[in-house]
Write a protein that binds this ligand. Structure first.
Ligand SMILES: [Fe+2]
Length: 388
């Protein structure tokens, strides 16, 4: 195959707008789901969202199965229990409702319901994902947070109870048939979660833009996502009922995940390790680590960062690329302050003695391999140390 041929793939059908959830029965019919399994987490049952979705389904006479015990980091045992309900209830499709965990779990329910076997049979690290050949039961993803963009992503992160570690399953067939983005479903998100998940979306856009692969479509999507975060994240944090801000953050999250089909970078390696070793929430970990990574990458990303500065409203017309790139880093620092992200990892419980394990796990993480500057163990340790 000619390696100079680029592949661009944007397969998800996306419905966006306040009140879109009211059309759920129609969307189910469009993709021929007669009896969905609704996959969600226990926290969602206590919100206004779950009864709303339940009411919409019931009032349309749509019978559904329910699995509402997805763990915050979904376990392979969760998936098996959900698949048992799927089979017992005679379901023929899946609705994932919630944050990234519920959506990731719902994706794997599709796989096991469609192909059988155990969840870790499909672990990407053993090549198991090659066994996902389709067709899979159809799925509608309904996100209630604005960060991971899992609703348009091709991966699922699952924790194996037996192995005691997370593993990744990725396949284009995991991309949900429909992403239903209704910003009204995100109104209940608390400020800290809005800030952290919003910075995750920002980091997806920024790291995707910085990766040196040729993908002009993802670059354009990443820049628009960055512009939305620059314009709307602070408002979403400070005015939780502002539907315009919530909607734009929902778009930014979705666009970040579309853009990072290009790949991610070192900030994600640092944050994956921080979540695994010190249980720092993913978006918050990204947010804290982003500035040292931007400074580290700066010389390799002058043009990209100059465009980021412009997204923040900086007039870069008379600036050198170096100066404009510096303004982008300043703008990120300023945004983080305004939305209450702490400067240092020590503020979220990370200690000096965690540094070696953090560094080792970050080095083993694959994301930094697509970072615009290659990273040694020492580089990663230094990046942590800058914000310790
Ligand atoms: Fe992320």
């Amino acid at each position: 195959m000619n390696s100079g041929i680029a592949k661009f793939s944007f397969p998800t059908t996306i419905y966006f707008g306040a009140g879109a959830i009211d059309n759920l029965p129609q969307y189910l019919q469009d993709i021929t789901i007669k009896k969905p399994l609704l996959v969600t987490d226990p926290g969602m049952l206590k919100t206004d969202v779950f009864p709303k979705v339940e009411g919409i389904l019931k009032s349309s006479g749509i019978a559904f199965g329910l699995f509402s015990r997805v763990n915050p980091n979904p376990l392979d045992s969760d998936i098996q229990k959900a698949v048992d309900i799927y089979s017992d209830e005679g379901c023929d499709g899946v609705i994932g409702l919630g944050g990234g965990s519920a959506l990731d779990a719902a994706k794997m329910v599709q796989v096991i319901a469609g192909h059988g076997g155990k969840v870790n049979d499909y672990d990407i690290s053993t090549g198991g994902n090659q066994n996902i050949r389709g067709p899979l039961p159809p799925m509608i993803a309904v996100p209630t947070t604005s960060g991971t963009g899992s609703e348009v992503g091709s991966c699922s992160v699952i924790t194996s109870v037996a192995l005691g570690r997370k593993f990744l399953v990725c396949s284009p067939l995991l991309i949900p048939s429909i992403a239903l983005l209704d910003p009204e479903l995100t109104l209940g998100m608390p400020a800290a979660l809005t800030a952290g998940t919003g910075m995750d979306a920002f980091t997806h856009c920024l790291e995707a833009l910085s990766v040196k692969d040729f993908h002009p479509m993802c670059d354009a999507i990443a820049l628009k996502g960055i512009e939305f975060v620059a314009q709307y994240l602070e408002t979403a944090v400070k005015e939780p009922d502002n539907i315009e801000a919530r909607g734009h953050m929902q778009l930014a999250a979705m666009m970040g995940a579309v853009a990072f089909q290009k790949d991610l970078g070192a900030a994600h390696s640092l944050s994956h390790s921080l979540s695994a070793v010190c249980h720092v929430p993913h978006g918050l970990a990204n947010a804290i680590c982003l500035e040292p990574v931007m400074k580290f990458n700066r010389e390799s990303c002058l043009e990209e960062y100059a465009k980021v500065a412009a997204c923040f409203g900086v007039n870069t017309f008379d600036m050198s690329l170096e100066e404009a790139a510096g303004k982008a880093i300043e703008a990120v620092t300023d945004l983080k302050k305004r939305i209450g992200i702490p400067e240092k990892l020590s503020a979220v419980g990370v200690k000096e003695e965690d540094l070696e394990e953090l560094t080792e796990k970050a080095f083993l993480d694959g994301c930094h391999q697509s970072n615009p500057r290659s990273c040694t163990r020492e580089n990663l340790r230094d990046l942590y140390r800058e914000v310790l």
